[in-house]
Design a protein around this ligand. Sequence first.
Ligand SMILES: [Zn+2]
Length: 361
Amino acid sequence: MGGICMSLKLKPGVVHGAAYRDLVDHCKETGYALPAVNITGTNTLNAVLEAARTAQSDVIVQMSNGGAAFFAGQGHPDKSRAMVLGAASAARHVHMLAADMGVCVILHTDHANRKLVPWVDAMIDIGQDHYSQFGGPLFSSHMIDLSEEPLDSNLSECARVLERLAPLDMSIEIELGVTGGEEDGVGSDDDIADNPKLYTQPEDVLLAYDRLNAIGPFSIAASFGNVHGVYSPGNVRLRPEILKASQDLVAETHDLGRNPLDLVFHGGSGSDLEDIRAAISYGVFKMNIDTDTQFAFAQGIGDYVQGHAAAFRSQLDPATGQPLKKQYDPRVWLREGEMSMRDRVVQACRDLGSIGKSVAA
Ligand SMILES: [Zn+2]
């Protein structure tokens, strides 16, 4: 990492390759992180881009396999094809619009366990076509989560996938240690307090570094007590200093500078500001946020529907006979969801210190 990063300027739009790595370094050197927001359709996607423009923050647009399938349409006859085509369609939507929004956007996919590795391979196939057509990849990075498997099989598979990604100027995100939460089978509040499985071991992180660093760029979602979803206060004990131990071990072993690893914070919804700031100081550049932005989208629409209930039951006002078209037009109530989600993403930018930090020229 050099001093050039402080004044980094990149072309607005989707970033990948060297520009992606420069942006990640810029986050770590200047002490902020980017929100990685899960999207499920054009409304949530546009809300994220609007938030980034509003906050003058770069942003990470992310989709899960389920979100990607939903993007393709629930009526699509083939779910596994829908996951691939929906992801590609959402990515192309971002490529089309991101530059106009005047910010840099990292395009990412979310958790892919062993069953979903074929989904990632199929997206890489499309990425290869995109690369030969446009000279760049469709996505900036994919994510593989084999944290439930033994470390060696986790790292072997991630190495195989990274060997496919690196020639496309793409990065991989891997996961070490189990993040708690419904998605991971560490479900109830009782399972969460002081569960050693929730804390990634620095020795495992060093092995990952040694295995992947020669192949291509990678980031690591390490567990430091974080959970997916929102739990009752007091049951989540975050220990961001776990991240520092991993950074220090890799730096000492390989004689590198401070925070050599690019770290990712999973399960960011509902986290304390203090824990977020500590995690950033230990090299976290990306924080996933889904639960809170889903709720924000729903809340915006819910409030509107409650306040205009008649328009969702009849086309004419039962009292006055006047048409209610201006209230049930999908653009009106979907927009309420977008604005509420936009505001929540801007709040995330504030929490992560990314407001006004966009490196877009
Ligand atoms: Zn995770």
